[in-house]
Design a protein around this ligand. Structure first.
Ligand code: CTP
Ligand code: MG
Length: 230
């Protein structure tokens, strides 16, 4: 099997409060985005990476690809003001067939096994996402009235999310036409009535969002290093 991946790095990383895009955050001596790109670089199923960046960070990103010998980046594309616009720009650069995965540059801990399950599922069903069961009790509040949602039906969506190219392209085009902005790519497909498969992933595949996440990431990297020395 094979797939192309769109990796998103064109955000501002405001909540990380480091005065710079969090993609450049150093974790165990390497920038966050390099950890994430390395997952795809080392996956033999990945045929090409489309890296979406801020136009003013393009040179710095390209220098990292060189420095860390990331060879699978087929194109570096300018992002847009919303994540969804960045994804759309990335999709337009991809080869228009086969399976495309869309992944947050800020999720370096996705595992190859889950990527492969996702690709198989997206090939079979057209659309799939990685997710984990919700562990908190979730309440819905409307006009002061509380409702407790059934936890066994709730999932936390992650990335990568995987699609047949034609499915995700059509979903983005419809969303653009309707001026609909979703919080993930699967939601654009769902709103067209298309089935999206859930592939259960790991809680380790979290997104680095705020400064509290840094220590967790460093500990995880340490744990993986120790395992590889066993
Ligand atoms: N992203 C993007 N283009 C945007 C916004 C986000 O490519 N216009 C990317 C980010 O670089 C990140 C991923 O989408 O890898 C998930 O977004 P998020 O975690 O919200 O990152 P930021 O938008 O960078 O952070 P913040 O919202 O705190 O500013
Ligand atoms: Mg954001």
């Amino acid at each position: 099997m094979n797939y192309q991946s769109v990796v998103l790095a064109a955000g501002l990383g405001k909540r990380m409060r480091m005065g710079k895009n969090k993609q450049f955050l150093e974790l165990a001596g390497k920038p966050l985005i390099v950890h994430t790109l390395s997952v795809f670089e080392q996956d033999e199923w990945c045929s090409g990476i489309y890296l979406v960046v801020n136009p003013n960070e393009r040179a710095e990103m390209k220098a990292l690809l060189e420095e860390y010998s990331i060879t699978k980046v087929a194109d570096v594309i300018d992002g847009g003001s919303e994540r969804q616009h960045s994804v759309y720009n990335g999709l337009q650069a991809c080869k228009p067939d086969g399976i495309v995965l869309i992944h947050d540059g800020a999720r370096p801990f996705v595992e190859k096994q889950h990527i492969h399950e996702l690709v198989e599922s997206a090939s079979a069903k057209g659309a799939a996402l990685l997710a984990v069961p919700v562990t908190d009790t979730i309440k819905r509040a409307e006009d002061g009235r509380l409702e407790t949602l059934k936890r066994d039906m709730l999932w936390s969506a992650q990335t990568p999310q995987g699609f047949q190219y034609s499915v995700i392209k059509a979903a983005h085009e419809q969303a653009n036409q309707d001026q609909f902005i979703g919080t993930d790519d699967a939601s654009l497909v769902e709103r067209l009535g298309h089935h999206v498969d859930i592939v259960q992933s790991s809680y380790d595949n979290f997104k680095l969002t705020s400064p509290e996440d840094i220590e967790k990431a460093i500990n995880l990297l340490r744990g993986r290093e120790d395992n590889s020395l066993d």
